[in-house]
Design a binder for this molecule. Structure first.
Ligand code: UD1
Ligand code: MG
Length: 243
């Protein structure tokens, strides 16, 4: 797809995996998670792919060497928003759209990324979040909507109150943004939250507050947005692959 850049976040250690191996290097049915994401991205044929690495950066470079990606290093892992900022030096003058993917969401399909971009472009939006509704929304970030039904902000599970925890619509960690608006909002995020991290999710509330239009693409196939954070999540991802 023309004029599309993709950022993949893959710098985190993956503390909840309880393993020394960087999370995105864990194999799902014999293929490292990050390679599965890159295989999928290839099908979207974006203009450029930026891979944000940090924890075990050298190993990730080695394993992904056959892919055409530009690496950006996040020296300290201070959060998903901070991770995206690592790409700012190379992207700040880019006028097109940027898709953000997570290296720990291995079952996402290319057609969904294409649908996300198509909806974003048709809707004349500044940002779009891929979401699903789950019976058991677990520890995912929650999508908070206003009375009119528009997205207002995203709240992380750990920072959510009881009412917000009851929200069933969750953030997949997959987005499309107007690049300039994204970096403008990122400059305003703070780390005043339970994890003391710079959350990418906070840009949604900041953009909405500035009058920007944020849309959602809600999909039914929850497996596509299944995020792998611990050993049990990894098993579930493996079970979902039929090859
Ligand atoms: C994130 C979202 C959450 C969403 C979920 C979906 C935030 C704050 N939260 O939570 O709303 O429901 O994904 O799966 O964004 N990473 C870096 N550098 C960092 C931190 C993380 O590159 O400093 C990378 C990780 O390697 C990983 C991805 O970003 O690939 C997501 O990070 P993770 O810690 O798994 O976020 P979640 O808690 O899953
Ligand atoms: Mg995760």
């Amino acid at each position: 797809m023309e004029n599309t850049k993709i950022i993949i976040l893959a710098a985190g250690k993956g503390t909840r995996m309880k393993s020394d191996l960087a999370k995105v290097l864990h194999e799902v049915k014999g293929r490292p998670m990050i390679c599965r994401v890159l295989d999928m991205v290839k099908q979207v044929s974006p203009t450029e792919v930026y891979l944000v690495i940090g924890h075990q950066a050298e190993k990730i470079r080695e394993i992904t060497q056959n892919f055409n990606v530009i690496y950006a290093e996040q020296k300290e892992q201070l959060g998903t928003g901070h991770a995206v900022m690592a790409v700012e030096p190379v992207l700040k003058d880019y006028a097109g759209d940027t898709v953000i993917l997570c290296g720990d969401v291995p079952l996402l399909k290319a057609e969904t990324v294409q649908a996300l971009l198509a909806k974003y472009r048709q809707g004349n939006l500044d940002g779009l979040v891929l979401t699903v509704k789950l019976d058991d929304p677990k520890h995912y970030g929650r999508i908070v909507r206003n009375f009119a039904g528009y997205v207002e902000r995203i709240v992380e599970y750990r920072d959510a109150d009881a009412a917000e925890k009851a929200i069933q619509e969750i953030n997949s960690g997959i987005y499309c943004f107007n690049t300039a608006e994204l970096f403008a909002a990122l400059k305003q995020i703070k780390n005043q939250n339970e994890q003391k991290e710079y959350y990418l999710t906070d840009v949604i509330g900041i953009m909405v507050g500035a009058g920007k239009k944020i849309g959602t693409l809600i999909i039914d196939d929850y497996l596509q947005v299944h995020g792998v954070n611990d050993a049990e999540d990894l098993k579930k991802a493996e079970a979902a692959i039929e090859e």
